[in-house]
Design a protein. Structure first.
Length: 141
């Protein structure tokens, strides 16, 4: 199963405070372990929400809002995409993760949808399109 591991924002991340060399080293070691175990598919940190935009959809209307947005703990500061055997395996790996913040931090794990989750709505034509697009991106489902 694929999961997204979501690092929640903090006052530090929203202020644009960059991680220390010590934290970058610890995270580098952790990421290396994930890659060597075949778990990590991708991972990135995000700039503060002040550098982002949101697009709100209401019918055919679109409204663009400039950041910053809301409370830091309600925002995303970074993420990983992992391929794991189970949610329990993801939790076990995450328990080994260095704290990405100098203070309190919360990290959420969410499973990605699988083609089977869509049932009959994902027609053979749509499955073919999905496979073609993934091949063009150089990814597997």
């Amino acid at each position: 199963m694929k999961v997204m591991v979501i690092v929640k924002g903090s006052a530090e991340s929203e202020a644009g405070v960059m991680p220390s060399e010590e934290l970058l080293t610890a995270m580098g070691r952790f990421n290396e372990e994930l890659v060597q175990a075949g778990i990590m598919l991708a991972g990135e940190g995000l700039h503060p929400s002040a550098r982002g935009v949101r697009v709100a959809f209401s019918g055919a209307q679109r409204q663009v809002s400039q950041g910053p947005f809301g409370r830091p703990q309600d925002l995303v500061a970074g993420f990983w995409l992992w391929q794991v055997e189970s949610m329990e395996q993801a939790i076990d790996w995450l328990k080994r993760c260095p704290n990405p913040s100098s203070g309190d931090c919360e990290i959420e794990i969410r499973p990605l949808f699988d083609a089977a989750d869509f049932g009959d709505s994902l027609t053979p034509e749509l499955q073919e399109q999905e496979a073609r697009l993934r091949a063009q991106m150089g990814q597997s489902s």
